[in-house]
Ligand binder design. Structure first.
Ligand SMILES: NC(=O)c1ccc[n+]([C@@H]2O[C@H](COP(=O)([O-])OP(=O)(O)OC[C@H]3O[C@@H](n4cnc5c(N)ncnc54)[C@H](OP(=O)(O)O)[C@@H]3O)[C@@H](O)[C@H]2O)c1
Length: 352
């Protein structure tokens, strides 16, 4: 008998409502704790409980991080439905509630990208909750790797501004990043000035650890590992059921001692398009995140969550085990559906 299937898979007749009721009570996965698979360096049976997001060690930082983290986009984009094709942002009050619940579940990793709200909203929430000390905060200065002296000033200015927005005296992880539309020009190969800036910020106690990545191509990661791994603690790359080249890249990062933070477990939601999430596909987002977490090289999987419902579902991936049949179904279907919104993912990160 396939016990995994009977415990964890969302059967075709499982409605969204029933699914949510079950993850709320931990019933879908309640019995998994006893048979949890070892997914990471630090994920262990003792660490695994329904309702609790497990932790892993983030490479050479030694930080104990939740294996799922709050994506910064959660706070910045208007994605909360408010009627026919209308959306708004998460309010500050909602963010406070979501972050309080996430912290209670063990989630301690907070990412933030360019939009200011990605820092100011969780920063204010953590202040109100008086829980800054429980959080590991990551900021991502974008496109500061041009290899010109002014990179230094840009990294300093960015960091000072983010310290204020997060209302904190130190940032845990500064991750040099780039953006889709500047990828070809961003010159990661000359991070020299940014590295100098990071070293000074570390010395001043304003940042603790550093990293790089995001919209690099896999080839750029290989080159960056060879040239710069000694200067950094962490790297960040996309990984999901459709875009799986990271399965080759992540072991190389680990060999270099770098922690691995993955982004886009749902390809920004496009892997869920045209699915019946209220009916037979209930639980699909959770299962796609569980797929990412099965890879022992992943330390943190970041996901965007815009409602409490999405948050509860996505975080429950930490105590969900996929059956072989479910895993095959997920990857086969994802391989068939084109994901045209993100050419850099399709061209660089999918096996062809
Ligand atoms: N440049 C960079 O460094 C960079 C780039 C990309 C991402 N990141 C980081 O990585 C994080 C994750 O990436 P991401 O937000 O782009 O993509 P993602 O996590 O793959 O997808 C998030 C989207 O999926 C949908 N979703 C999430 N949970 C769901 C659920 N349970 N049910 C149905 N739909 C659900 C939501 O879209 P709808 O509600 O609209 O359906 C949400 O906007 C970001 O928040 C950010 O912190 C960094």
């Amino acid at each position: 008998m396939d016990t995994h299937r009977s415990r964890n898979d969302a059967p075709d007749d499982l409605t969204r409502r029933r699914f949510l009721g079950e993850i709320g009570r931990g019933a879908v996965v309640g019995s998994v704790a006893a048979s949890i698979i070892d997914r990471g360096q630090t994920a262990s049976a003792a660490d695994a409980q329904p309702g609790r997001v497990k932790h892993r060690i983030l490479g050479k930082t030694g930080l104990k991080v939740s294996e799922i983290g709050f994506g910064g986009h959660s706070w910045a984009y208007s994605k909360v439905p408010v009627g026919e094709k209308r959306y708004r942002r998460v309010t500050l009050e909602e963010a406070v509630e979501m972050i309080a619940e996430g912290l209670d579940m063990g989630v301690n990793y907070f990412d933030s990208c360019t939009p200011l709200l990605e820092c100011s909203v969780p920063g204010e929430a953590l202040k109100r909750l008086k829980k800054r000390d429980q959080a590991i905060i990551c900021v991502r200065p974008s496109h500061k790797m041009k290899g010109v002296p002014n990179d230094k000033k840009e990294v300093f200015d960015w960091t000072e501004a983010r310290l204020k927005l997060w209302q904190t005296d130190h940032i845990d992880l500064l991750l040099l990043s780039n953006e889709q539309h500047v990828t070809d020009k961003s010159g990661y190969w000359d991070m020299s000035y940014s590295i100098e800036a990071c070293a000074k910020l570390k010395k001043e106690g304003k940042i603790r650890f550093t990293g790089f990545g995001s919209h690099f191509t896999p080839e750029w990661f290989y080159e960056a590992f060879a040239k710069f791994a000694k200067d950094f603690d962490v790297c960040s790359m996309p990984y999901n059921v459709r875009h799986r080249v990271a399965e080759d890249v992540m072991p190389k990062a680990k060999q270099a001692g770098l922690g691995v933070v993955t982004i886009k477990p749902l390809a920004r939601g496009s892997l869920l398009a045209k699915r019946n999430l209220q009916g037979k596909d209930a639980g699909l987002a959770r299962d796609m995140i569980a797929f990412v977490l099965e890879n022992k090289h992943v330390d943190v999987c970041l996901c965007g969550v815009h409602t409490r419902e999405q948050m509860r579902e996505n975080f429950s991936a930490s105590w969900t085990t996929l059956s072989p049949e479910r895993r095959t179904a997920l990857t086969q279907r994802a391989a068939q559906l084109p994901c045209n919104e993100y050419p850099w993912l399709e061209q660089g990160w999918r096996y062809v």
